[in-house]
Ligand binder design. Structure first.
Ligand SMILES: Cc1cc2nc3c(=O)[nH]c(=O)nc-3n(C[C@H](O)[C@H](O)[C@H](O)COP(=O)(O)OP(=O)(O)OC[C@H]3O[C@@H](n4cnc5c(N)ncnc54)[C@H](O)[C@@H]3O)c2cc1C
Length: 260
């Protein structure tokens, strides 16, 4: 059996600046005819932009009518950031087959979603899918003003907007360590900067002693001042981990290690 991930060619049909740091790209074209969503609300694809060979990973914000929407954070410097900051309409890109990780047990009595701007597309899609059926709280740490992102999250969840720390970094680990957790069993989903996510995994395991089925914590990017992070495809790590019977948490920890 081939382990090569399926790829699709797609054209950038539209580009929309949603907020100062968030750009919506709508992809389409015949190359997406074979695209099949997993239906998992945090599903992601690898994206290869023109003139590049390396992938970066983006959440499928929506897939409908043959159009695939990705919401891309434009930060200071980066391969996709620089491409998406310019006029990329008409460009041809490659995307990999989607993978998803969110796995809330049917018995969950509540849902907590925590993340930075890169996690906002997934949190929006998860909330669209589940906030109507289970009480949902969202903590979103963003570089933009909440009013600039008004309407991005669906109605329903109780949302707390957080700004970045004074040094521009993330404080999400401290936020989670000080949460008032709801009673009973629920599901905790979190994504953002990898060091923050590693700290939270430890907190959930050692302090809250949650079973690995009760949470999903993913490092979406690495803050590296001095060097480019290694771009590692989560797909093969995901497949190998699943084949080895590892939990989602063990697989995401492997992914963090692979990026070091
Ligand atoms: C499963 C998954 C889903 C993801 N979904 C999304 C999504 O929907 N939208 C989205 O925008 N991102 C998403 N990401 C994160 C995205 O893949 C990374 O932020 C990626 O590094 C951006 O690529 P780049 O080419 O812009 O920057 P790179 O070339 O990868 O990095 C250049 C520099 O920028 C820094 N950097 C990278 N990302 C950020 C950031 N967000 N803020 C500040 N500095 C940064 C790096 O440390 C590096 O020093 C997801 C990641 C994963 C693994």
């Amino acid at each position: 059996m081939s382990t090569r991930a399926e790829q699709h060619v797609a054209d950038v049909l539209r580009r929309e600046q949603l907020s100062p740091h968030l750009v919506r790209l709508t992809l389409g074209g015949d190359g997406l005819a074979g695209f099949e969503t997993t239906g998992v609300p945090d599903e992601w694809v690898g994206l290869v932009v023109p003139g590049q060979f390396q992938s970066r990973y983006y959440t499928v914000r929506s897939w409908s009518g043959g159009e695939l929407v990705l919401d891309v954070v434009v930060h200071d410097v980066g391969l996709v950031t620089e491409w998406a900051s310019g006029d990329c309409v008409g460009d041809r890109v490659t995307i990999t087959e989607p993978k998803g990780s969110f796995a809330m047990p049917d018995t969950a009595a509540w849902l907590l979603l925590v993340g930075d701007l890169t996690a906002l597309p997934a949190m929006a899609r998860i909330a669209e899918t589940h906030a109507g059926t289970v009480p949902t709280r969202v903590w979103a740490e963003v570089p933009d003003l909440p009013e600039q992102l008004a309407g991005y999250l669906p109605d329903g969840p109780d949302v707390t907007w957080l700004g970045l720390a004074d040094d521009g970094g993330s404080r999400l680990a401290a936020v989670v360590e000080n949460l008032d957790w709801p009673e009973g069993e629920g599901y905790f989903w979190m994504a953002g900067e990898s060091a923050q996510m590693r700290a939270i995994r430890k907190h959930l395991m050692r302090v809250r002693r949650l079973p690995s089925t009760a949470y999903d914590v993913m490092g979406y990017w690495r803050s590296v001042a001095a060097r480019q992070p290694r771009s590692v495809d989560p797909g093969p790590i995901w497949r190998a981990g699943k084949a080895a019977g590892k939990s989602d948490e063990e697989i995401w920890a492997d992914y963090d290690e692979a990026q070091r």
